[in-house]
Design a protein around this ligand. Sequence first.
Ligand code: FAD
Length: 419
Amino acid sequence: MRALARIIAQRSGGIMANFVVVGAGQAGFSLVETLRKQGHDGPITLIGSEPQPPYQRPPLSKAYLLGDMGVERLFFRPEAFYAEHDITLQRGVAVTAIDTAMRRVNLADGSHVSYDKLALTTGASPRHLPASIGGDLAGVYAMRSLADADAIAPEFRQGARLLIVGGGYIGLEAAAVAAKKGLKVTLIEAAPRILQRVAAAETSDYVRTLHTSHGVDIRENCGLERLIGTDGKVTSAVLADGTRLDVDFVIIGIGISPDTALAADAGLTIDNGIACDAACRTSDPRIYAAGDCASFPHQGKRMRLESVGNAIDMAEAAARAMLGQDITYQPKPWFWSDQYDCKLQIAGLSTGYDHIATRKGEGDGISFWYFAGDKLLAVDAMNDPRAYMVGKRLIESGATATPAEVTDPATDLKALLKR
Ligand code: FAD
């Protein structure tokens, strides 16, 4: 039926636009799913360079790496879903260029796909260490894709010596898995403290204690001088303070760069990612972007977020905008991290805070509330889902609570939502 409707529509002027989405990750999947849910009946093609159907990345450094989750649970939907919803999924093939004049994308296999509207959900790539300091040695891994996780997994043998470079969430999650599996883990962070870019000192302190209590050797203010190898395989690391560590393998977790090359080559504006307007539209009105690769206007600045929540919400906004709906994308930032038995949940954005209020929750729960004056900006909640939920709802509704209220154990958090 859909095919027949499409032919009729195309003959009668193409009211069912032909949508192409480049990048079959979290945002690409959410975008095509939203297009169908919103009733779009025209052709949809989702093109991804990875060989697998779209899958979720967060478990790669958590349950999947630990061996607690099978690969099939990573996929958002079984492969049959795409055919059932008349979505053409082209996987294992990269888009090499966008021809904006011809309105088509060129693929690495020499073929091309035409579009009426195009969405770029190309994500981001991990930053690598330069080859000049050993970044190209065997045994040095990044952690972004399923292929990365599958390559690292055999190295996770009890007693193996692992060096993690970078104390962000991904490095810390990998450290937790490794410690649980009985590896000897050293994590170095060049900044004065782990999580410095994203969290307050209180959260860094909590996470550091968590790791050291599990035997992870965390060294802050400690850069990497170089990696040394034997027969092309990493065997040791020289730290900036001159210390030499023998290692069996190394994981690099020093951040990511948005994948903007395709957009830049097509002449689209790049500004901390593929620059979009509030309707997720790039500088070419037929091309949209969403997820880790895209930046958008927010409170007078240009913002780019690297999280599942943003990838889903921005992709949904982009899909609606592609369908002609009037969209102003407003992010509602949230994030989580699992390390050992601690579930860390984060709501809001802490940028610009001047004060932290600490609240003890039930059991071992604790939360840190970020304020700018009396305005609540963000909450980091450890094993305290209630603090997270209340904080998130307060922030999203533009309401607040005072630091004194939050700190007072007698305060009923849920009651704050009813004021
Ligand atoms: P991606 O999921 O990276 O998808 C982009 C896709 O586009 C990729 O498959 C890529 O191969 C493809 N692509 C790129 N260029 C081309 C091209 N030219 N042609 C065809 N295909 C192309 N976020 C959280 O909120 N909580 C977490 O706990 C969390 N944990 C994480 C753990 C790990 C190990 C990683 C790597 C990320 C984690 N994240 C987490 C971040 C989250 O996974 C990302 O923010 C999210 O995946 C972004 O979705 P995306 O679609 O923008 O990008």
